[in-house]
Design a protein around this ligand. Sequence first.
Ligand code: AMP
Length: 588
Amino acid sequence: MNTLSVIHKTAADLRVEPNLLDYEKTRKTFTWEAARTELPGGGLNIAWETVERHTTGALRDKTAFRFLSATAPPRDLSYGDLSRLTNRFANVLRKLGVAKGERLFILAGRIPELYIAMLGSLKNGTVVSPLFSAFGPEPIATRVNLGQCKVLVTTDFLYLRKIEKWRETMPSLKHVLLIAEDDGQTNIPGTLDFASLMADASEAFEIEPTTAEDMALLHFTSGTTGMPKGAIHVHGAVVTHYVTGKYALDLHADDIYWCTADPGWVTGTSYGIIAPLLHGVTSIIDCEEFDAERWYRILQDEKVSVWYTAPTAIRMLMKAGAETTKQYSFPQLRFVASVGEPLNPEAVWWGKQVLGLPIHDNWWQTETGGIMIANTPAFDIKPGSMGRPLPGVEACIVRRNETTGEIEVIEEPNTDGELALRRGWPSIFRGYLNNEERYRKCFVDELYLTGDLARRDADGYFWFIGRADDIIKSAGHLIGPFEVESALMEHPAVAEAGVIGKPDPMIGEMVKAFVSLNKGYTESEALRRELLGHARKRLGAAVAPKEIAFLSSLPRTRSGKIMRRLLKARELGLPEGDTSTLEGGASA
Ligand code: AMP
């Protein structure tokens, strides 16, 4: 181990005894069967394990969620409140005739109703899919149709802006439940008022019996070649959420915990809702967008002890400068973790210098359902590394043998290859909705192939290299180039479009599009702006390209696929690599 690049932990770094104290021993003795027995319900229903079982015990009056907003005083919901409100919502669904297994989507900011609707649906056995509220109408409609969504919970503001005009393109949608935002109106034809339905519903509800294998959550993730994929997650995933909340986030009962991720993405659900409730902690939820001063104030005033955030946010805090940080102090903060994109070593060290704590990177993805590889409190950090596999997780590096075509595990340390995980942890996805073939392709025997390139060093630490495919990671959000290209192609001027992730020091990658134009259109600044506006309107700010460049034609393979890899290499001035499949030959 190169000691210069290692942050050694000492007893002084540990304000409480870490849940994962002896890594090697715990890994040897750990079994998922034993972990399951730590949950009183055996992990058969997420809502029971997260909410219901706490309501007869000491946690009943403890704050589960504290919602912060810039315009209203904080609103606290206790575990008891959550139980009553989620029972009401489950009764609302039952009354509407929404059955177990049917799909409910939520499109809302981080408001209490989102959390109530999600947990209430799980009580009813209804499958939930949270959508990111910054999506535009097109990504919303695609997902609603793929998921055959029957009920949509949203706000009047989002409904009017993103759904109403497109509603007839979503035939599965039977009920829309509207939450009045600020002084909003919910008497919109074709919709129901969330508040009145809740007021009329009973507070008594018997949870619908579910098994560990029943579908609970549908999280959409991006693909390279097609429309988004709906990753299926089951109730039994809750065992992983419990174990990883314990070992990777080191949650202790008296923690004040803040996960900054939006539930529209998997982290905001698994670790913004499920894991903290399982551990009976109080979670802070900020309804506002990022603001450096506001975030420091929250850490300070709410006395946050465990903070789970993302590299883009950390880089933005770094940019805000030390003077800003100095105005605040965080004596309660004891553990900081980050996920979603590579965390640069400078950010880890910045944490140590400025917050007094290094940032602990961890790795997972929508398909894994929970944290797989992590830096945990008791262990030395190698800044730049994602850490080591958690107990119950077997990770390895694999490569396809060029002669036999077989996938082989590479035992040699420090060798680049694809990161793979041995099947067996409870939260692994159970399929891509209606896409069995794509799902099967992710597995070779018992190995799940992650699509990420990585290497493992001699000490067992994993280092991220990049994606094996063209998927873009921008501000922590996965974006499928195909979805962006399709939206651009809908504009009459665009003949073809190719979309890449262009490295960006702040948000990791920025979405950049290359387009060629149809006959009769000529490139101009006005057309570029029009295309940017067109994409933004359809896709929403989170997905739309930030830059568009015109090309006379796009490089394609002989089979007609746009070579995004080549567009990227040219953009970055890198070697073009193997161009033998390029249309027109290698010299084209
Ligand atoms: P998602 O499914 O949206 O959660 O995105 C998962 C992908 O994000 C992974 O496959 C990685 O490409 C990337 N990712 C997640 N965590 C990390 C990390 N700690 N370091 C580097 N990349 C990460």
